[in-house]
Ligand binder design. Sequence first.
Ligand SMILES: C[S@@+](CC[C@H](N)C(=O)[O-])C[C@H]1O[C@@H](n2cnc3c(N)ncnc32)[C@H](O)[C@@H]1O
Length: 255
Amino acid sequence: MTSEEISRGIAELGPWFYRFEFGNGLQTTPAIPETVVDIFDTRLRMATSAIDAHFGNRLPAIDCLDIGCHEGFYSLAMAKRGVGRVFGVDAREENLNRARFVAKAMGLDAIDYKQGRVETLAADQGRTYELTLFLGVLYHVEDPMRCLRQVAAVTRELCILETQVVDEVEGFSEWGSREWTRPYQGILAVIDETGEFDAGNRETGVSPMATCPSPKALLFMLKQAGFSRAEILVPPADAYEQHARGKRVVCAAYK
Ligand SMILES: C[S@@+](CC[C@H](N)C(=O)[O-])C[C@H]1O[C@@H](n2cnc3c(N)ncnc32)[C@H](O)[C@@H]1O
C-alpha cells in the first residue's frame, strides 16, 4: 500500500482502539485515554514471556488463534514475533475490517481473520492450535464456563488468558442441611453492560450481560474446562496499574 492509501485508510476506518505505527509518521491514535493505553504493552510483555518460556525456538512451527482479536493488535504482535501462522477471530466484522487493513498495510500475510463467536469456537474451527490468546474477553461473556470449554477444546498446548477479576469471596455454603456445608471455589460476579452494549460499544460481549470471576474461580474454572495446569503470572514492576494491583490478571493455562 502507498503512504497515501494508508493515510486514507486510517482516516476512513477510525476511530481506532489501538495505536498502530506504519512508518513515515503514519499511525492510528487510540480513542481510549492515554493513561489506559499502557494496558496493551503490559499484557503483551506478560504474554510473550510465558510464550517464549514454553515454546522457545519453536515459534515458526506453531499456529496461534487470537480469540476476540479486535483490530488485531496481538495477532500482529505474534506474527511479528515469528509465529508460523496467526488466525484471528472476533464477533464483530467492523473490528475485523480494521484488523485486515492494518495487516495489509504492514505487508503481513501470515495472518487470517474470520468472524466467529467464542461460544461456538470448537465446531467453527474444527482444529486445534498450539497457542491460543484469550485476552480481555472472558469478562464480557455471559456464559464463561461454556466459553472456557470452547477455548480449551481448540488449545493444543498453551492458552494465555487475560481478564478483569473481582475481589475474592471465600466461605462455606449450607448444602441441604445446616450441618452440611461446601466451600466456595471463588465467585462469579454478574455485570450489567447494557449501557455500553446498547450504545454500540465495540468491546462488549455479544449480549448485555457479562460475568467477572475472582482469581480462585478463574483457576478452578480453567481446570474444569480441560486445562491440566493454570497459573496467574506475576506482573512486571512497571505494569499497568490494574495488573499491578491484581484487579486484572494474565494467566497461563496448559493442556
Ligand atoms: C475488550 S476487547 C479485547 C480485544 C483484545 N483481545 C485485547 O485484549 O485487546 C473484546 C473483543 O472481543 C470481541 N468479543 C466479545 N464477545 C465475543 C464473543 N462472544 N465471541 C467473539 N468475540 C467476542 C469484541 O468484539 C472485542 O473485539
